[in-house]
Design a protein around this ligand. Structure first.
Ligand code: NAD
Length: 260
């Protein structure tokens, strides 16, 4: 399938995990990619992997902190200057933050997590939607989480920010549908990426792999998700095949969030 031939797609958090997996799937389908991350080394890694699977794909790498509004505005402007349009946007960069009970959850930590996961997603939508409205088309997929639709525990900043991402998604979906734009979100469960490894290390220290085995026992499928499984879903949702899916928040978690 070449659903992204001649399409321009921005991916944030493209230097690792879910963003990298989505970038690889989009590259295989011919997208011109704008890869954004705070970590330049991660971007270089993704670029070399993209070149390995799709040597002809054009990429623009932008090192940016999504929590800084001017840096978000800048990567959106750079995209339009280089490619003239934005067909799709995977608004995905995020952090988990340090796990703690609410009473012990640091105020600075709360603000840091919210500034990246919520402010960052808002800035991305603000600048990309302006371009898409002028074009009269476009699709945005925001990365929420199971922690954005359920209580997980020990994650005040993450829960607040990801529930906020769900709210931003539904709000903008209602506003922009009439301009030919769809906005949706994914709610991944535990997908094995560096972020989840970090989370397991917070629970199990050096025994994090054992902690992981115990963790997945609560999942109906008794396993972690794979980043490429997110790549397939995101590519579908960003493609024109999913244009009428608007405002939806789609769990991808092996069924864990449906369990009583
Ligand atoms: N892996 C999971 O199980 C899981 C589950 C639910 C939701 N998520 C969400 O998926 C998204 C990606 O997570 P992941 O698992 O791929 O994590 P990851 O740590 O592997 O990748 C996240 C990427 O985002 C980048 N990033 C972090 N802060 C940034 C900032 N301020 N500006 C720009 N880039 C920044 C990092 O450098 C990194 O490359 C996050 O929003 C996360 O909350 C992940």
């Amino acid at each position: 399938m070449n659903r992204f031939e001649e399409k321009v797609v921005i991916v944030t958090g493209a230097g690792s995990g879910l963003g990298q997996a989505a970038a690889l799937q989009l590259a295989k389908e011919g997208a011109k990619l704008v890869l954004v991350d705070i970590n330049q080394a991660g971007l270089d890694d993704t670029k070399s992997k993209v070149q390995a699977v799709a040597p002809k794909v054009e990429t623009l790498l932008v090192t940016a902190n999504v929590a800084t509004e001017s840096e978000v505005e800048n990567f959106v402007n750079q995209t339009v200057e280089r490619f003239g349009k934005i067909d799709a946007f995977f608004n995905n960069a995020g952090v988990e933050g340090k796990q703690n009970l609410t009473e012990d959850y640091g105020t600075d930590e709360f603000q840091k997590v919210v500034s990246i996961n919520l402010n960052g997603v808002f800035y991305g939508m603000k600048y990309v939607l302006k371009v898409m409205k002028e074009q009269g088309y476009g699709t945005i997929v925001n990365t929420a989480s199971v922690g954005g639709i359920r209580g997980v525990g020990n994650q005040s900043g993450y829960a607040a920010s990801k529930h906020g991402v769900v709210g931003l998604t539904r709000n903008s979906a209602v506003e922009y549908g009439e301009y030919g734009i769809s906005v949706k979100a994914i709610a991944p469960g535990a997908i094995m990426t560096p972020m989840v490894e970090g989370s397991l290390r917070q629970m199990g220290g050096d025994n994090w792999e054992e902690a992981g085995k115990q963790f997945v026992q609560g999942n109906p499928m008794k396993r972690f998700g794979k980043p490429e499984e997110i790549g397939y879903l995101v590519a579908f949702l960003l493609s024109n095949q999913a244009d009428f899916i608007n405002g939806a928040v789609i769990p991808i978690d092996g069924g864990q969030s449906y369990k009583y």
